[in-house]
Ligand binder design. Structure first.
Ligand code: ZN
Ligand code: ZN
Length: 170
């Protein structure tokens, strides 16, 4: 969904939409949606700037970093975004942006892409390190068996570095 700024003056700037998971999947190579994503918010125009604030609510799924089992993540994110046109961005850049100002997004001056906002908010809600549980044992590098459901018969001489550290203490 795109919000054309041309039409904005006639409406009040409120928007709401429900995306089906297939509308946005895959969100990226590790994240996908498993429930509809409801977004609502408000767009406000002021000179060369556009302010968008709102909320995204959905459920996403990410693979565990160790065992690749899917883990469900509830997403309920409030956002406040600022957009400036390309020419405005260039003049600000010339005037040396502060770090805070750098967080604004540049847009084409015509429309705000709500799909991109929703995807971005989902990705921000997903931790960079994802484990199905703190002590996930992962999968066997030899046979691919899930070690959480039982040990396989592979012989590995590798000692988990955490246990190795404990051994040194005794
Ligand atoms: Zn896991
Ligand atoms: Zn194995």
């Amino acid at each position: 969904m795109r919000i054309e700024l041309e039409n904005l003056e006639r409406s009040k700037g409120d928007f709401a939409h429900v995306y089906q998971p297939e509308d946005l999947n895959p969100v990226d190579e590790r994240v996908s949606l498993i429930a509809p994503a409801a977004v609502n918010g408000k767009v406000r125009l002021s000179d060369n700037q556009v302010f968008v604030n709102g909320n995204v609510e959905t459920r996403a799924q990410v693979e565990c970093d160790r065992c690749l089992k899917p883990v469900e993540i509830p997403v309920n994110a409030d956002f406040t975004l600022e957009y400036i046109g390309g020419s405005e961005y260039e003049s600000r850049e010339a005037a040396e942006l502060t770090e805070e100002e750098l967080s604004v997004s540049v847009f084409d001056g015509e429309a705000i892409d709500v799909d991109e906002i929703v995807k971005e908010q989902i990705l921000l809600a997903v931790p960079t390190r994802m484990l199905c549980r703190e002590d996930c044992k992962g999968i066997c590098p030899e046979c691919g068996a899930d070690k959480n459901t039982g040990e396989c018969n592979c012989v590995t001489n590798e000692i988990d570095p955490r246990w190795a550290a404990l051994k040194d203490l005794t």
